[in-house]
Design a binder for this molecule. Structure first.
Ligand code: SAJ
Length: 405
């Protein structure tokens, strides 16, 4: 039996996938609200294909509880925030989950950490806790790191089709966990050491962060010189060895905007390009705010409450707002003691910010200028609704005339 600890964006789909493929799974979450919701047949977030998977897992007998189970295999999939000042990982949730596991687990149990962790976290934080509990690592308790790679919006497909990495210092244990993930994963599964696996996960997200930063920096350079960054990127990408990503209003989500800081925090005198890239990405919401101000001036607008931000989530067609550029922009606006921007997102039903609308028409009618912060399909397919508005498109989804980054 596998006990999956942490039923969030990664733990839940992983638990469901295993259960739907014949593994006996119990999902544990310390949040009673989440457990109750799942037990009453309700999902905690939206994602393509998750409803069908949930039904299959429930039919196969998956259970949800806030209790930790006595078993031989655990998958810990809890958040790993970073400390805003030191930029280092804050492993508090992993440690808390691990301690609870150690209170109940069988001798010989395998504890898989699926949460993203910075290189060396298992050596530095996890092993000492196992040893302090009177267990010998590699004998009484086996440790594995099995980072995920799935992208919100395509999670279910990617869980099945992506290649994976398993980090285990004992090859037999690595193979055992590879076998467990092979029940549903059709990709290649590489078994390596724990520390290598820890590094690969952070490096993958850092690679993307640095590449997005490059595109964002180009957007700033092109703006300065009055050039169209999108045309330049399009032409450059016709070169067989060039593949520049897209600039945007900032980088959100709980991965690309967080993980690279672990490397900056742990290797401050070495991770220079990474440090600058993260600062560039973090500067984008302010860049957008300045641009809003410029466009307002150009159009003789003085009232900020006539400007509306379309999109609150960190990217298109997901309901996840973690570290979202729109929230960063609103924070920045508050710091400047200004307020009044209107906001709307079809994916966010709750009221989470001031001046938030829940109906697209009402939102559009209330403003003269719309800033597209997120390219949800809803707006892509209804762009004509903005025909009499000033449009500032930070995602380059409009075909016609409008302001861009
Ligand atoms: N973004 C841009 N320009 C681009 C691409 C993305 O500005 O050209 C922005 C997005 O709008 C968003 C942010 O970057 O705000 C991140 O979005 P994303 O779609 O690039 O990635 P995430 O954070 O949803 O998922 C990433 C993925 N990692 C990589 O692609 C290397 C995913 O595979 C990981 O599993 C996930 O992080 C994670 O959990 O670590």
């Amino acid at each position: 039996m596998v006990n999956v600890i942490g039923l969030g964006y990664i733990g839940l789909p992983t638990a469901l996938m295993m259960a739907a493929h014949g593994v006996e799974v119990i999902g544990t979450d310390y949040n009673d609200g989440v457990v109750e919701k799942l037990n009453s047949g309700e999902l905690t977030f939206k994602e393509d294909g998750i409803d069908e998977l949930f039904n299959a897992a429930v039919n196969a007998g998956i259970r949800f509880t806030s209790e930790y189970q006595v078993t031989d295999t655990y998958i810990i999939s809890v958040p790993t925030p970073y400390d805003k000042f030191s930029k280092k990982i804050d492993p508090c949730y992993v440690i808390q989950a691990l301690k609870s596991v150690l209170e109940v687990c069988d001798k010989g149990a395998i504890v898989v950490i699926e949460s993203t962790i910075s290189p060396g976290t298992i050596d530095k934080y996890v092993k000492p806790i196992v040893e302090a509990s009177g267990n010998v690592v590699g004998k009484d308790i086996h440790l594995v790191h099995a980072p995920e790679r799935i992208i919100p919006g395509k999670m279910i497909y990617e869980l099945v089709h992506n290649n994976r990495t398993i980090g285990a210092d004992d090859k037999t244990i690595g193979e055992k966990i590879k076998h467990l993930y092979s029940t549903f994963c059709k990709g290649e599964i590489v078994v390596t050491s724990i520390k290598t696996a820890e590094m690969t996960k952070v490096v993958e997200n850092t690679y993307r962060a640095v590449n997005i930063a490059f595109a964002n920096e180009l957007a700033k350079i092109c703006r300065y010189d009055g050039l169209n960054v999108y045309e330049i990127i399009k032409i450059c990408n016709m070169h067989p060895r060039v593949n520049i990503l897209q600039p945007g209003p900032g980088v959100g989500g709980h991965c690309i905007s967080v993980d690279p800081w672990f490397l900056v925090g742990d290797y401050p005198s070495l991770a220079k390009v990474i440090d600058e890239s993260m600062k560039t990405n973090d500067s984008m919401p302010d860049f957008v705010l300045n641009r809003i101000y410029e466009i307002m001036q150009e159009n003789g607008m003085t009232d900020i409450s006539k400007v509306g931000l379309y999109g609150l989530t960190y990217k298109e067609n997901v309901d996840d707002i973690r570290e979202s550029p729109t929230l960063q922009l609103l924070e920045s606006q508050k710091r400047h003691l200004a307020n009044g921007l209107k906001v709307y997102d079809p994916y966010i039903e709750e009221n989470i910010v001031d001046n938030q609308y829940h109906d697209l028409d009402e939102f559009i009618n209330a403003v003269d200028m719309v800033v597209i912060m997120v390219g949800h399909d809803e707006i892509k397919n209804n762009i004509q609704l903005l025909s009499d508005k000033i449009i500032f498109d930070t995602r380059n989804i409009c075909v016609g005339e409008c302001y861009r980054l």
